[in-house]
Design a protein around this ligand. Structure first.
Ligand SMILES: [Zn+2]
Length: 514
């Protein structure tokens, strides 16, 4: 195989940059999808509102074939939080920031109760709580949450030149493990014990379960007992508290100081059996290539605490803006450039998997569908609001010389690092697992680790100037991929090995059930 010389159209790159600087809609899209729409938990009312908003925006921006398309069945069904209030009322009054666990139940109006510490280290300890938990608010000491340590790290960060250099080096398997080996058996034992505790709380009729978010000042949204499926009995109401509030009550109770709380939670379960994707495109114009697709994607669903700004309104906004730029420049791409905003990513990439099922590969038979051969490239964004600093090759060495050329015009924006490494945890994996060329950009972390999946993932977390740069780079990558003579090269086919690259559970393979 020889490499095609990349003829990057620098005049077009100039126009893309100019258009974003003059006509950017990033801020408008950002406040629309965060402040106006709100949180977008999969299958919630906010999620439906987000899909409708995105469809309308895509239509306004002049995208074609705009649609909200069914992706997959969603076994959990719909859930909305309608009211949440929690305060400690003894030994003194203090209201708490808190967030209910998704797909958990309600309290019977405003309830007041002592808080019971269920201190269970082994199954035998459960016995002493029998008959004592009916109607009680229950706190379970968190054995899995690492104790808080004061951080001297900056609140937000960008990659340093040294870190980018390190990232550009191959990281062979086995070279990554440092420190304590992960104790899988202990984790499973912890989980099983927690299941037993929850079973006891259910049978005893406890009113509320309190969880430690493990985070400073912030209740997380995405942790808790989980496991609800539509039609199950409503789980016990469950609240995530910031570590300080949880810790204060836990310490008081361990010193035998009685603690009381009042709590009111109102959640609504409803039928919402599908996950959807919102899709829009600029159709291709080349007689032979117009049915080939360059796909841009990000997930539109979020957790319910904040407004899912960094995770992942930012990705949706950038992908929509990239297509807006190309539309406003009236480009006539040879291939179709399509934006897809996925649903259900947070529960296991339901949206992107539904898309591959529908168009690319029958996941039951592993048979390729006709569009498989017409798939040109996929670019994903889902690492927060930070600026692109380069791209992960997902082990696809064949695209390196191409991306080197494509990134050259952006060296002065600090975006030039290419790493052979895989990055995971989001929708590009859905395509990568089938050997399709699917990539995610390297992004500055900014405040991502501190805020994602929490109530503070809101508009404030967005770095608008970074998102503009990302839209420029995405638009140019999409344009290049749509115009070059060949589709991006795919990884050469090899025998699939369980746990090996591209195999289930391996790097680039399907996630081991996330
Ligand atoms: Zn995400």
């Amino acid at each position: 195989m020889y490499s095609q010389t990349e003829n990057v159209d620098l005049a077009m790159i100039y126009k893309i940059k100019q258009d974003e600087q003059r006509n950017s809609k990033i801020e408008e899209l950002a406040s629309g999808l965060t402040d106006f729409v709100g949180s977008r938990l999969t299958a919630s009312t906010g999620y439906a509102r987000g899909n409708e908003w995105a469809k309308k925006k895509m239509e306004e921006l002049g995208f074609q074939n705009v649609r909200i398309e069914e992706a997959r069945d969603f076994p959990r069904g719909g859930w909305d939080n309608l009211k949440t209030y929690a305060a400690m009322t003894a030994p003194y009054y203090c209201n708490f920031a808190c967030n209910p666990v998704a797909w958990t139940g309600s309290t019977n109006g405003l309830i007041k109760s002592e808080v019971v510490l269920v201190d269970v280290k082994a199954e035998a300890d459960l016995e002493k709580y029998k008959g004592k938990l009916a109607g009680k608010i229950v706190i379970i000491p968190s054995t899995t949450t690492t104790p808080y340590e004061i951080s001297y790290e900056p609140l937000a960060s960008r990659y340093t030149d040294e870190q980018l250099k390190e990232l550009s080096k191959e990281q062979l398997q086995g070279g990554r493990r440092q420190g304590q080996p992960f104790d899988f058996t202990a984790m499973m034992a912890q989980r099983q014990l927690r299941t037993k505790i929850i079973e006891l709380l259910k049978s005893e009729g406890a009113a509320v379960i309190l969880n430690n978010s493990g985070m400073y000042n912030i209740p997380r949204s995405n942790q808790g007992s989980g496991g609800y499926n539509a039609g199950d009995k409503e789980p016990i109401a469950e609240l995530n508290l910031p570590m300080e509030d949880f810790g204060r009550m836990e310490r008081l109770l361990k010193k035998s100081v009685p603690v009381e709380m009042e709590v009111e939670i109102k959640n609504n379960f409803f039928a919402s059996p599908k996950v959807y994707n919102v899709i829009g495109e600029i159709p291709g114009t080349d007689k032979l290539l117009k049915n080939e697709v360059v796909l841009l994607g990000a997930h539109i669903d979020s957790w319910h605490g904040g407004t899912g700004a960094a995770d992942n309104a930012s990705g949706c906004i950038v992908m929509m803006e990239a297509l807006r730029i190309l539309k406003s420049l009236e480009v006539a791409p040879r291939r179709t450039i399509r934006v897809a905003l996925w649903g259900g990513e947070e529960q296991g990439m339901f949206g992107s998997r539904g898309y591959t099922d529908r168009y690319l590969v029958d996941s039951k038979t592993n048979q390729n569908k006709p569009d498989f051969d017409k798939f040109a490239a996929y670019f994903n964004m889902d690492n927060g609001s930070g600026r692109y600093r380069g791209i992960y090759l997902q082990q696809n060495e064949l695209v390196r010389p191409i991306f080197e050329e494509w990134l050259k015009p952006f060296a002065d924006l600090g975006c030039s690092t290419i790493t052979i490494r895989n990055t995971g945890g989001t929708d590009h994996q859905t395509f990568d697992r089938y050997g399709l060329p699917a990539f995610q950009f390297i992004q500055d972390e900014i405040e991502y680790d501190r805020g994602y999946h929490t109530v503070m993932d809101t508009y404030e977390r967005l770095v608008i100037s970074d998102l503009k740069i990302n839209a420029i780079i995405t638009a140019s990558f999409a344009y290049n991929a749509a115009m070059r003579n060949d589709k991006l090269p795919r990884k050469p086919a090899m025998k699939q090995v369980q746990g090996g690259p591209g195999g289930p559970g391996g790097p680039g393979g399907p996630p081991p059930g996330m």
